[in-house]
Ligand binder design. Structure first.
Ligand SMILES: [Zn+2]
Length: 317
């Protein structure tokens, strides 16, 4: 089945004013409250086409966000890919040379291998190492309900529950090749309190995705006691938040062929009642759900061969 084309309702903000920043790293700005507290970072544009994060940071900048304690940093990761954003061809600006959310592996960062994304990651790396709590803001290819993703470490689960927004949280390894920023060593070390969460705010270009992204950032700051209640109340939309639904990711499904097709236009978070239900065909092979009430997380309708096409998850009791 062909994937649905979504309208581009959001417009990419002008982020040129944030290039210089004040940290010595382009497109990272640090706002110091002057009071003791954690270093919290909101990170946008790990994928250049996922503009909701940039819209959120632009909104916080324009409304002069001030942390009530500690340090708040606002960063735009793959700005070079983003600067190529063209609403006529909105998928083309995801990255320049490679997926920047797969490069967070020491062996690659320390190597002399070259790509734009590796260069940028090397530039940002020390900065990320100074961050205590990171929210990496993303969006999805389908109009799936928003979901927080993490590996499921205890510290990640605790923080996810404290944040309590958006409505879904999926715990479990991403089954990715390489490592995402939230799996970068300091955040991935169970003995290090540094914690990173990734939030998928909705379909890349739908209006509501930017609302969810801003709310996710605000709830993240609120959970860490970093935002004034008046600021939170003035800018939040989903208040009170819906109850959190927790999912345990049990496996990632990879396509074998270029002929992988879902049997329906799944968007994500569908609960498939019966084990053994055919949800896709990969060439000649049927792809079936492994257990009853299997939840489909982030189906990818435009994957070629050997790409992750969906994750299976169980709803927690
Ligand atoms: Zn992304």
């Amino acid at each position: 089945m062909p994937s649905v084309n979504y309208p581009v309702e959001l417009s990419a903000p002008d982020i040129s004013a944030y290039m210089a920043g004040n940290t010595g790293v382009d497109y990272i700005t640090r706002i110091d409250s002057g009071k003791p507290g954690p270093h919290v970072m909101l990170n946008a544009l790990m994928h250049g086409n996922e503009i909701c994060g940039a819209i959120t940071l632009d909104h916080l900048f324009k409304n002069k966000i001030q942390p009530t304690r500690g340090i708040l940093s606002l960063g735009f990761s793959n700005y070079k890919a983003f600067l190529r954003f063209d609403p006529q061809r909105p998928l083309m600006s995801r990255y320049v040379d490679e997926d920047m959310n797969r490069v967070w592996v020491e062996e690659r960062l320390d190597s002399d291998e070259d790509s734009w994304e590796l260069r940028r990651a090397r530039e940002m790396r020390a900065y990320f190492e100074s961050v205590d709590y990171l929210l990496d803001i993303h969006s999805m290819s389908t109009a799936s309900p928003a979901v927080t993703l993490c590996n499921g470490l205890d510290k990640e689960r605790d923080l996810t529950r404290k944040v309590g927004f958006p409505e879904h949280a999926a715990f479990g390894s991403g089954f990715v090749v390489g490592r995402r920023l939230i799996e970068y060593t300091p955040y991935h070390d169970v003995n290090d309190p540094k914690t990173g969460l990734l939030v998928e705010c909705g379909q890349h270009w739908l209006k509501d995705t930017a609302v969810t992204a801003l709310d996710s950032a605000l709830y993240f700051l609120k959970a860490l006691d970093m935002v004034a209640p008046e600021f939170f109340d003035a800018h939040v939309t989903n208040n009170p938040p819906p109850p959190l639904r927790e999912l345990e990711i049990t496996e990632g499904v990879y396509s074998k062929s270029n002929a992988f097709r879902f049997t329906e236009q799944y968007i994500g978070m569908e609960v498939i009642e019966k084990a053994g239900t055919v949800i896709a065909r990969d060439g000649e092979e049927d792809i079936v759900t492994p257990y009853d009430n299997c939840v489909l997380v982030m189906p990818n309708h435009s994957a070629g061969a050997k790409m992750r096409v969906v994750r299976f998850a169980r709803l927690s009791e």
